[in-house]
Design a protein around this ligand. Structure first.
Ligand code: ZN
Length: 572
């Protein structure tokens, strides 16, 4: 019954609100001018007609460049975002340390080319945190074409000083589908119709462990075994082909620390060793090649050629300060009773190193900063305090936002799943996760995140929080396109979860945290974690639209009489 009543109320609401929101008379041809004093009208005007979002992004991506967590580029971006927010008039702009994270790494020089039997310049990049070579080194390229230990034996004594490759060629097909797409009616309808996320406690989503099949585990372990073997045999460099992409696009992330994954989870799992840990073991220099070049080398080897490659990797390590830093700044609230309540917005500022982190996630940073600038420039004085959080360590596991949430709001200790029936007299009872909170937990209102690239906002993932639907529905009304308009197109609400980014750090402990639905323009096909994650792949109109909508959502949240309703808190 509650559901049906709710639906009827919603229907009435949907019928009435568009006219109210557009200032439009039902059936009337003329549209009275929008009220110029309406905050959302002013936000739209500032965001679309005097935007600075592309200047912000250009400085961050072109001038500062890649921002690997703890690298000099990251430190510079921390300082520049703090100074810029302060210059724009934000209060309490500061860097907040988290960690320790680990070592910074920056690339000083890199080249790779085939030098024998002919000269072939290569499109290639070192993996992040790869060690340096000892100057320019030249070695024979050896393809370890092994599927079993016995196969591996054949390479014993043959890898000293070699450039080792272990993957087979990747078949590349012509591209008949466009690299860039927008959400269409069908995909938006699927999001709108998505079932409520399962999972019991209602929080979270994404981040749920990926379970490998025994075959996948064995394949991964044998690949690790090959890398260890190459290192033990004294190889000079490990090279592979890009995990995806073609046409010169290379997807490249961190160097791997070879390790064998046990079949059964041990009682006390060994602490994971990350390549950026100060105690990380010695590994070989590692590079990734464009697939067309990688495949050619394999074909040359298979034709019986001896292929020699010259590689020069010079790097610099930064280990004086192992902490990571988030950039934080505020627009103070104006209501004496509500100004210590906090509305947050943000995105992660760290990136990978082969591009300039424009898509992932300079775009989200520039949009969130622009949303702050719009609200500040217009002199809007919402009731609650608005706080921007520009996170770092996201690419290594949402580390910066998770640490911030733990420090300020609360922590969810993971439970013990116990033993599923049939239980024995000695089996451990299941222990539920336990939430501990800080005083700021109750003062927190809502967090809005942007981290799916350049594409404009098409709506919001509600993360299983049905109670926000009527609120967000109303807020999206001014962002429906009128007939023959193609600017906004943001009117989809999906009850589903989306994962993989920093709103999860809030959602995990029952705080409202949302990521917008976006057009994923060229995201997985070209830019995300690749050397082509650069400014020129960013679409200015999309960015302005996103910043305007984010500013409106943040402002409306901060000025609302009540806080955004929460899901039941987990672990309570
Ligand atoms: Zn990413």
């Amino acid at each position: 019954m509650i559901r049906r009543q709710f639906a009827a109320t919603l229907l009435l609401f949907v019928l009435l609100v568009p006219y109210a929101a557009f200032g439009q008379q039902p059936g009337g041809q003329q549209q009275p001018a929008p009220d110029p004093n309406d905050p959302v009208v002013r936000i739209k005007d500032e965001g679309m007609n005097r935007s600075q979002v592309m200047q912000t992004l250009s400085y961050l991506s072109d001038v500062i460049g890649p921002r690997l967590t703890a690298s000099p580029g990251m430190k510079r971006a921390n300082n520049w975002t703090r100074e810029t927010l302060e210059k724009w008039g934000m209060q309490n702009a500061h860097l907040e340390a988290w960690g320790p994270f680990g070592r910074g790494w920056s690339l000083k020089r890199f080249s790779a080319q085939i030098v024998d039997p002919l000269n072939i310049p290569l499109i290639a990049y070192p993996k992040a945190w790869s060690p340096a070579t000892n100057g320019a080194i030249t070695g024979e390229v050896v393809y370890i074409d092994a599927k079993t230990e016995a196969d591996l034996e054949k390479y014993k004594g043959k890898l000293k000083g070699a450039i080792v490759i272990t993957q087979g060629p990747r078949e590349l097909k012509a591209r008949f589908a466009p690299l860039g797409t927008r959400q269409d009616e069908k995909s938006l309808l699927a999001l709108a119709d998505a079932p409520a996320p399962g999972g019991g406690r209602g929080a979270g989503g994404g981040g749920g462990g990926f379970r490998m099949t025994p075959e996948q585990r064995a394949a991964l372990n044998f690949n690790q075994r090959k890398l260890m073997f190459a290192q033990q045999e004294g190889a000079a460099v490990l090279a592979d082909g890009s995990r995806a992409g073609d046409g010169g696009t290379v997807f490249v992330q961190q160097a791997s620390v070879p390790a064998i994954i046990p079949d059964v989870a041990p009682a006390t799992p060994a602490p994971r060793v990350n390549v950026y840990d100060k105690i990380a073991p010695k590994i070989l220099p590692q590079i990734t090649l464009a697939n067309e070049h990688y495949n050619r080398i394999i074909r040359m080897l298979q034709a019986g050629e001896k292929v020699r490659m010259e590689v020069n990797i010079a790097v610099e390590w930064q280990d004086a300060d192992l902490m990571g830093y988030n950039t934080i700044a505020e627009i103070p609230g104006s209501d004496p009773a509500l100004k210590d309540e906090i509305v947050m917005l943000g995105g992660h500022m760290d990136s990978w190193h082969a591009g300039t982190g424009a898509t992932d996630n300079g775009a989200g940073v520039a949009v969130a900063m622009e949303a702050m600038r719009i609200i500040q420039t217009l002199g809007l004085k919402p009731k609650r305090t608005i706080r921007i959080g520009l996170w770092t360590g996201e690419e290594e596991g949402l580390l910066g936002s998770a640490a911030y949430v733990k420090e300020h709001f609360g922590n969810l200790e993971p439970g013990n799943p116990g033993v599923v029936p049939p239980a024995t007299p000695n089996s451990q009872p299941a222990a539920p996760p336990k939430l501990t909170t800080k005083p700021e937990y109750d003062k927190f209102d809502c967090y809005f995140n942007l981290d799916n690239g350049t594409g404009k906002i098409r709506g919001v993932y509600m993360q299983g929080n049905e109670a926000v639907r009527p609120i967000f529905r109303q807020w999206l009304m001014p962002f429906r396109d009128r007939p023959n308009e193609n600017i906004w197109g943001a009117n989809t609400l999906s009850i589903s979860n989306t994962g993989g980014t920093d709103h999860l750090s809030f959602d995990r402990i029952g705080l409202p945290g949302f990521q917008f639905i976006q057009d994923e323009i060229e995201y997985d096909t070209r830019t995300h974690h690749s050397n082509m994650d650069v400014f020129d792949r960013i679409q200015a109109d999309d960015m302005k639209q996103a910043a305007t909508i984010m500013a409106a959502f943040v402002y409306l949240t901060a000025d609302r009489a009540e806080k955004i309703p929460r899901k039941p808190a987990p672990g309570r």
